[in-house]
Ligand binder design. Structure first.
Ligand SMILES: CC(=O)SCCNC(=O)CCNC(=O)[C@H](O)C(C)(C)COP(=O)(O)OP(=O)(O)OC[C@H]1O[C@@H](n2cnc3c(N)ncnc32)[C@H](O)[C@@H]1OP(=O)(O)O
Ligand SMILES: CC(C)C(=O)C(=O)O
Ligand SMILES: [Mg+2]
Length: 557
């Protein structure tokens, strides 16, 4: 059998019973570093051109990133040229640090310094992998040899930086594969690097802890980060950064738990493009903070533009269910969700704390429209149908009619197998309830109230049929009309449900009436709009009666 779990074993085991991070909360945003132009770029089928990098860089700056890894300039001419363009064309704002990655090799570090010559602020980022797999199989070094690579590179970086004093330098070291490295050994290597860089003497130092490959549950990674946080020398002078990947689907969770465990800085990419399953997604991580009332410091209200630029440059579509950014993440199709959303949105007022069922965030904050929140298919119920009629047409229906209409719309949706848009819901409403059957239009009415109730004379008809006058008596106008109809048609019509509303001033009609009548066990509903409530009520009864008469005629034909 080839599918055999015994082939695998846990990569790292960490035992830290005194862990403190589980009871901490994230109360402020970390320092973000966007690595789209390097880690994201190195994972693309077609790496970015200089022009594309410029466009992406501009977006990152505009939305608020202050540390941006712009490339691996010793690795490709495009990345080198892009660094030169940023500097020579003065494209980097004074408060933004550009970051460049290099292997810990002399000639590559040299070329990297050449690439950023003249920058105002630059972060030189060196790495070497420290895990047993790499020591044993890739570099063929023991622990001392591994540490020596890092120390040697740190020394080259320190010395080369000293020769370019016009730049304000930050140094970053990543024990690549940190998540699969014995944590005490990672601490040893970090200490050795810091002994060269001496953050305690004023050098800005970032120690970046990568889950180069995510190999454990995020709590294990948080334990590893907390061990580094508690044990490295010069901790108070060092920025601890995390750089998580998403191999097990927990890249964001690992970054979040790391912040609780002491990380000050988080590296990631917009929408999570990156090696294999991607880098930690800055959009999700930042927006998670926002929904807890913490300012992420990044302007995610430009989400549409972020998605558009990232998609265009990476040529990778955004999943419709991508947290916060996907096309469908603010849409509810299912009935009970729609009902709860409609009720909560109805109560929400600007300035309130957001408490809307099923919507962890106000779609409007991300430039999304309420129109997309409720969409109708066969999973929808009365709440959804009611919501779209109210939202798009200003029509509010009584509960009994909501239930009736929802059944009609659901059967349409089941027949079609797809979505029913709000125009079609409205058409259904018009054709099944509002349209007046031929010959049943109310032309005029004359009501006299006397001791025996109301005496009504009601003229009906339209251009296609002669005018008929119906006379009846009842307790009110509706009762009088019912009596007249029963006499004319030989029915025992009963009004089962009746609701009428005055409409807002900006509508053509001032009143709406909804009725359901019953004749011989058959029911028929109708809605009418008219200039006044009496006319609306009479027309609604006439429309229901007309439909009933048409149905009877069809049956006997
Ligand atoms: C986890 C990450 O994302 S790390 C970033 C990875 N990104 C990239 O690699 C993109 C840019 N890279 C490149 O363009 C190329 O790798 C280059 C131009 C930098 C180097 O290319 P090459 O000189 O052909 O070397 P190559 O990349 O194959 O690296 C292999 C050699 O470098 C050594 N090496 C690899 N990583 C490191 C490191 N971090 N520090 C020191 N040496 C390293 C290897 O041991 C190997 O040495 P060997 O030839 O003696 O066996
Ligand atoms: C070089 C480092 C930071 C990296 O990208 C990784 O380990 O994933
Ligand atoms: Mg990476």
């Amino acid at each position: 059998m080839s599918f055999d779990h015994r082939k695998y074993s846990p990569f790292v085991t960490v035992d830290k019973p005194d862990r403190k991070w589980p009871s901490r909360r994230i109360e402020q945003a970390p320092l973000w570093a966007a690595v789209d132009l390097r880690d994201g770029n190195q994972a693309l089928i077609k790496p970015m051109s200089v022009a594309q990098k410029k466009r992406f860089f501009k977006l990152l700056v505009e939305v608020g990133f202050k540390e941006i890894e712009v490339g691996f300039p010793s690795g490709s001419q495009i990345d080198f040229d892009f660094c030169r363009a940023l500097i020579e064309e003065d494209l980097v704002p004074d408060d933004v640090h550009i970051q460049v990655l290099t292997q810990s090799r002399h000639e590559l570090i040299e070329r990297t310094f050449e690439a950023v010559r003249g920058a105002k602020n630059a972060i030189v980022h060196i790495y070497n992998a420290t895990s047993p797999t790499f020591r044993d199989q890739v570099f063929n070094v023991d622990k001392e040899g591994c540490k020596a690579i890092a120390v040697q590179a740190a020394t080259w970086v320190r010395d080369m930086a000293a020769r370019q004093p016009e730049t304000h330098w930050s140094f970053e070291y990543s024990p690549e594969t940190f998540s699969a490295t014995e944590t005490d050994f990672a601490v040893e290597v970090i200490d050795a690097v810091n002994e060269v860089w001496r953050p305690d003497q004023g050098q800005r130092v970032i120690i970046n802890l990568p889950a180069t490959v995510e190999v454990s549950t995020p709590n294990v990674f948080a334990d590893q980060v907390e061990i580094v946080h508690e044990n490295i020398r010069y901790r108070e002078h060092v920025l601890i950064s995390v750089h998580t990947h998403n191999d097990r689907g927990c890249g964001v969770a690992a970054a979040e738990l790391s912040m609780m465990a002491g990380a000050d800085r988080v590296e990631g990419t917009l929408l999570g493009n990156g090696e294999r399953t991607g880098n930690m997604d800055l959009v999700t991580c930042g927006m998670n903070l926002y929904t807890h009332g913490v300012d992420p410091g990044i302007d995610f209200s430009r989400m549409k533009e972020i998605v558009q630029v990232v998609e265009e440059i990476t040529d990778i579509p955004t999943h419709p269910r991508h947290p916060y950014a996907g096309d469908l993440v603010f849409t509810a199709f299912s009935g009970s969700h729609q009902d709860a959303i409609r009720k909560c949105l109805g109560l929400y007022k600007p300035g309130d704390i957001w408490r809307v069922a099923y919507l962890p965030i106000d779609p409007a904050d991300l430039g999304r429209r309420y129109e997309e929140v409720v969409r109708i298919n066969s999973q929808s119920g009365k709440g959804g149908v009611t919501h779209v009629l109210e939202r798009d047409y200003g029509i509010s229906l009584p509960r009994w009619l909501q239930q009736e209409m929802a059944k009609l719309v659901q059967s349409d949706a089941e027949e079609d197998g797809g979505e029913i848009d709000s125009r079609r819901v409205h058409q259904r409403f018009n054709s099944d309830y509002l349209e007046v059957p031929n010959g049943w239009t109310l032309r005029s009415y004359d009501l006299h109230r006397g001791e025996e109730g109301v005496q009504a004379q009601i003229s009906i008809g339209d251009e296609r049929s002669p005018v008929t006058v119906l006379s009846g008596r009842g307790e009110g106008a509706v009762g009088a009309l019912v009596e007249a109809l029963n006499r004319r048609q030989g029915w025992q019509l009963q009004v089962e449900a009746f609701d009428e509303y005055s409409l807002g001033d900006n509508t053509e009609a001032n009143a709406m009436a909804c009725v359901r009548v019953q004749v011989g066990g058959h029911t028929q509903s109708a809605v009418a709009l008219a200039a006044d409530t009496t006319a609306a009520a009479l027309q609604a009864i006439l429309s229901a009666a007309g439909r009933m008469a048409e149905a009877q005629a069809r049956k006997s034909a």
